[in-house]
Design a protein around this ligand. Structure first.
Ligand code: FES
Ligand SMILES: [Fe+2]
Length: 382
């Protein structure tokens, strides 16, 4: 684990095997496609059921469903026969049946039945789909979108969020679709200096542009993550926290985390009260990112009516914040955060989280080669 100074971040990252002179994760138009060999958080667990559903990740389609054992299955979405969308099909036991001519696929992607063939006809070798490893954790579905040749024990880990394993009360969820590339939505989530300008109504008044200085802060960086903690400067709170605290200007902190490839985390802490969110940035295509969040809090958990009111209020504020963010984030040029050459923008001391983020991105987007050995990421405690 290393520490990055705001303007001179020294980020120690694992060496990758071989040189990659070009960015293999850029498509011919130079657009970023995908960081490979990572677990992507792709869906909220409770939203995946027995009805197949499509999932689009940077222009490629997958299908998700829950089999009769309750396991989530992820397959390529186009049927091997004639390319129909399997998300229009249906689940039979542990299998998925194509809606067009009824070919049936096992959870491992192998076709096991071609209804139009005479019984006993061998199934063609190519009648199979790629199946992707899936795990469920923290109320999220994680899918390994990487090399099938990479042994399971060499896959980078799913980031650790132990406080979400068994929260004191059920989590709440939110969803917002951004008209922006996922590098921009993630940067927005770990940007430390925009809230006092963009979200005055949602979180409370500040004296912006006075009292907006972000003092130097440390960014902690591990193999796949970064984290930072900053005081919150709000002079007059709105919403839930005003109700709970019954006062203004308390000792308040916000913690930020980013975990490769598509997760951010925030914790807003007012004294002993904490609201925590895992946000997953689902990269639908170059211009669309769906951000879904899992939210927990450690207070007012025992009063059902009040708890629901707080949930509703928090969701409303969260939506307002997302909408305010979306209006600006989609205007940013270049569309993809310039992680290869940061001089395209003018990052200053308060942007230390973004500098560290881009260094991580550059490290892993710069080579499709696999790490030489398994990397045990030291989780950054959120
Ligand atoms: S396209 Fe799927 S069975 Fe024909
Ligand atoms: Fe924001």
């Amino acid at each position: 684990m290393g520490t990055a100074h705001p303007t001179n971040a020294k980020v120690q990252l694992p060496k990758l095997r071989g040189d990659a002179p070009h960015n293999p994760l850029a498509n011919p138009k130079g657009k970023m496609t995908m960081l490979e060999n990572f677990w992507y958080a792709v869906e909220l667990s409770h939203e995946v059921g027995k009805t197949p559903q499509s999932l689009r990740l940077l222009g490629k389609d997958y299908v998700l469903y829950r089999d009769s054992d309750g396991q989530v299955v992820a397959l390529d979405n186009q049927c091997a026969h004639r390319g129909a969308s399997l998300a229009l099909g249906w689940v039979e036991g542990n299998c998925l049946r194509c809606p067009y001519h009824g070919w049936t696929y096992e959870a491992d992607g192998q076709c096991s039945h071609i209804p139009a063939d005479a019984p006993g006809t061998p199934i063609p070798k190519r009648a199979r789909l790629r199946s992707y490893p899936v795990q469920e954790k923290y109320g999220l579905v994680w899918m390994f979108v990487g090399s099938p040749d990479l042994p399971a024990d060499r896959r980078p880990p799913i980031p650790a969020f132990p406080q979400f394993e068994s929260p004191v009360r059920p989590a709440t969820y939110s969803r917002h679709e951004f008209d922006a590339h996922f590098t921009r939505t993630m940067e927005n989530a770990i940007d430390t200096s925009h809230a006092l300008f963009m979200h005055k109504g949602a979180i409370g008044a500040s004296n912006a542009p006075q009292n907006t200085e972000i003092e130097d802060y440390e960014v902690t960086v591990s193999a796949y993550e970064l984290a930072a903690s900053l005081p919150i400067k709000v002079n007059r709170l709105n919403g839930v926290m005003r109700f709970v605290l019954q006062q203004d200007d308390p000792e308040a902190h916000k913690r930020y985390r980013f975990a490769l490839p598509n997760v951010t985390y925030s914790a807003v802490q007012f004294g002993r009260y904490t609201i925590e969110s895992i946000m997953v940035h689902i990269p639908v295509d170059d211009a669309t990112t769906v951000v879904k969040s899992v939210n927990i809090r450690n207070f007012l958990n025992q009063v059902p009516g009040l708890g629901q009111w707080l949930d509703g209020n928090t969701a409303q504020v969260g939506n307002q914040i997302m909408q305010e963010d979306d209006v600006v984030v989609k205007t940013q040029e270049p569309q993809i955060a310039p992680y290869q050459d940061m001089r395209q923008e003018l990052l200053v001391a308060s942007d230390a989280t973004l500098i560290a983020y881009r260094k991580l991105l550059k490290q892993y987007a710069g080579s499709a080669e696999l790490p030489e050995e398994a990397i045990t990421a030291e989780p950054v405690v959120g």
